[in-house]
Design a protein around this ligand. Structure first.
Ligand code: GDP
Ligand code: GDP
Length: 462
C-alpha cells in the first residue's frame, strides 16, 4: 500500500471538467471563455492527432483543468451518436465533473436526449448548461432542458460571459475541499453557494406523488409555530422555507410552490412535476419521500427515490396512512422486498411508518431524518479507509487485464454530503463496475454508512 505522503493525489487537486454536448452548442466558445483564447489556439495544433485538448484555467479562485471535446466527431466516420459517444467517453472518465451543453435557442434536440440518456448511466456528475441564454433569448429551451433528467439547467452565455457565477456555484460542491467544515457548509448548493450565509440547519424536503399526504405531513410537523420565510438569496423565486427546531436542532423545510400545485394528468405537467421535484431535492440535505401505505412504492415513487439518490441526497421513506393499514406485517414485507429489488444499490434506506393525519410516529420520522443526516455528513479517516481497502483487495483482488493485474493504490474520502471517495488505480478505465460495487457495498458495511448514496471516483495513479 502506498504511504499517504507519496500518494499521487497532491498533483491532482485541481478540478478537471470536461465540456461535452452535440456540435454547435458552443463547447469551443465556452472552452475559450474559460481558458482564454490565446492558450486554446496555441494548443490546437492542426494535423496533430489528439483525443481532446485540455488547458488550465482559473475561475473565481477555483483551479480547473478544462477538457474540450469539440470537433472530435470529425475523426470518425460512423453515426454521429457513436462518434459523440466515443469522443466524450474518455474525456468524462478523466473528468471530475462534466459540463453538458445544450443550445437553449434551438431547444432540446433528439441528439441531446440520446446523449443525456447515456450520460445519466455514468458515474461522473453532470452539470447541465443551457447556453446562448443571453438577453433571455434562451428561455424556452431552458425550460425544456429539465426533461433531460440531468438536474436543473444553469443558463449561461459562453459568448457574452454571462452566468459564470452560477457555473461557479454549481462547480463548488466538486472542488477538492480544503477540508474545513465551514468551507464545506458554504460550498453546499443547498445553502446557495459561496456567498450565501452559512446555514447550519438541516434542510429537509418532502416529496411524493399527489395525495400521499405531503401537505398533511407538513402541517402536522410544523404545527402552529411555523415561521414562513419569503424568497431569499440562493433559493428559487417561488420557494418558501419553514423553520423550526426539533430536540434543539434547527431544521428547515424547503418547499416549493410546485409541491402545493396539484398536478394534472397532462403529459407536460407530469414533466413539470419532475422538474419541481428535482429543484426541491437539490435544495435539501435530507429528502422525505412520502408514499401511500395502500399503494406501496409504485413506479413513480421509485423514480423519485432514484432521483434523490442520484442527486446525492439522503433519503427517508415515510409510509403514510399507516392508520388504515390492516395487514401491517405484509405491507412491511412488501416494502422491504421492493427496496431490495429496486434500490439495491443503497442498502439500509430508513423506512418509517406513520400517520400524518393522526400525528402518529412523527418523532420517529424526525429521528430517522437526523440519523441519516449524520451518516450523510460522516467522514472516514484515511487510515481506516486504507486498512479497509487492503482487506478488501486481499479478499478479492481486482481482475487482471491483458495479463496485468489492476492495482488499487490508495483511497481517500474527498468529501462528505454525500460520502465521496476516490480510488487511485493503475488502470481506472478497466476496473469493472462490479468491482466498484463490491467496494461500495464493503465501505457501506465495514465503515458504517448505511442508507446514503456513496460515490466512488476512480483516478489514475501510478
Ligand atoms: P461547438 O461545436 O459546440 O464547439 O460550438 P462552437 O463553440 O463552435 O459554437 C457554435 C456557434 O454558436 C458559433 O457560431 C458560436 O459563435 C455560437 N455561440 C456560442 N456560444 C454562444 C452564446 O452564448 N450565444 C450565442 N448567441 N451564440 C453562441
Ligand atoms: P398531498 O397531495 O400529498 O399533499 O396529500 P394531502 O396532504 O392533500 O392528503 C391527501 C389525502 O390523504 C387527504 O384526504 C388527507 O386527509 C389524507 N391523508 C393524509 N395523511 C393521512 C393519514 O395519515 N391517514 C389517512 N387515513 N389519511 C391521510
Amino acid at each position: 500500500m502506498v504511504e499517504p505522503a507519496s500518494a499521487p493525489y497532491m498533483e491532482a487537486m485541481s478540478l478537471t471538467v470536461a465540456i461535452i454536448g452535440r456540435p454547435n452548442v458552443g463547447k469551443s466558445t465556452l472552452f475559450n471563455r474559460l481558458v482564454g483564447k490565446k492558450l486554446a489556439l496555441v494548443d490546437d495544433t492542426p494535423g496533430v492527432t489528439r483525443d481532446w485538448r485540455a488547458a488550465p484555467a482559473r475561475l473565481a479562485g477555483i483551479d480547473l483543468t478544462v477538457i474540450d471535446t469539440a470537433g472530435l466527431e470529425e475523426a470518425f466516420d460512423d453515426s454521429l451518436e457513436a462518434r459523440m459517444r466515443r469522443q466524450t467517453e474518455r474525456a468524462i472518465e478523466e473528468a471530475d465533473v462534466a459540463l453538458m451543453l445544450i443550445d437553449a435557442r434551438s431547444g432540446v434536440t433528439p441528439l441531446d436526449h440520446h446523449f443525456a440518456q447515456w450520460l445519466r448511466k455514468g458515474k461522473t456528475p453532470i452539470i447541465l448548461l443551457a447556453n446562448k441564454c443571453e438577453g433571455r433569448a434562451g428561455a424556452p429551451g431552458l425550460y425544456e432542458a429539465f426533461e433531460l433528467g440531468l438536474g436543473e439547467p444553469v443558463p449561461i452565455s459562453a459568448e457574452h460571459g454571462e452566468g459564470l457565477a452560477e457555473l461557479v456555484e454549481a462547480l463548488l460542491p466538486y472542488v477538492p475541499p480544503e477540508e474545513t467544515a465551514e468551507a464545506e457548509e458554504g460550498a453546499d448548493p443547498a445553502d446557495g453557494g459561496e456567498t450565501a450565509p452559512v446555514i447550519k440547519s438541516l434542510q429537509l424536503a418532502i416529496v411524493g406523488r399527489p395525495n400521499v399526504g405531503k401537505s398533511t405531513l407538513l402541517n402536522s410537523l410544523v404545527g402552529e409555530d411555523r415561521v414562513l420565510t419569503g424568497p431569499e438569496a440562493g433559493m428559487t423565486r417561488d420557494a418558501i422555507a419553514v423553520e423550526w427546531t426539533y430536540k434543539d436542532k434547527p431544521i428547515r423545510l424547503v418547499d416549493t410552490a410546485g409541491m402545493r400545485r396539484k398536478s394534472r394528468v397532462d403529459e407536460k405537467l407530469e414533466k413539470l412535476a419532475v422538474a419541481d421535484a428535482l429543484r426541491v431535492i437539490r435544495m435539501a440535505h435530507v429528502v422525505v419521500l412520502v408514499v401511500d401505505a395502500e399503494a406501496i412504492l409504485d413506479h413513480q415513487d421509485l423514480t423519485i427515490a432514484r432521483m434523490v439518490l442520484d442527486e446525492g441526497r439522503a433519503l427517508v421513506i415515510a409510509v403514510n396512512k399507516w392508520d388504515i393499514v390492516t395487514d401491517r406485517a405484509g405491507t412491511l414485507k412488501q416494502i422491504e422486498d421492493k427496496l431490495q429489488a429496486q434500490l439495491a444499490q443503497v442498502r439500509g434506506i430508513p423506512v418509517v411508518t406513520l400517520s400524518a393525519l393522526r400525528r402518529q410516529r412523527l418523532d420517529n420520522l424526525l429521528d430517522a431524518v437526523f440519523d441519516i443526516y449524520d451518516v450523510w455528513n460522516r467522514r472516514v479517516s484515511t487510515s481506516d479507509l486504507n486498512r479497509w481497502l487492503a482487506g478488501m483487495t486481499e479478499a478479492h483482488p481486482p481482475p487482471a487485464v491483458e495479463g496485468r493485474r489492476i492495482k488499487i493504490r490508495y483511497a481517500t474520502q474527498v468529501k462528505a454530503r454525500p460520502p465521496t471517495f476516490a480510488l487511485w488505480v493503475s488502470k481506472p478505465l478497466d476496473l469493472p463496475e462490479t468491482y466498484i460495487r463490491y467496494l461500495v457495498n464493503g465501505i457501506r458495511e465495514s465503515l458504517n454508512l448505511p442508507g446514503v448514496p456513496i460515490r466512488m471516483l476512480t483516478r489514475k495513479g501510478k
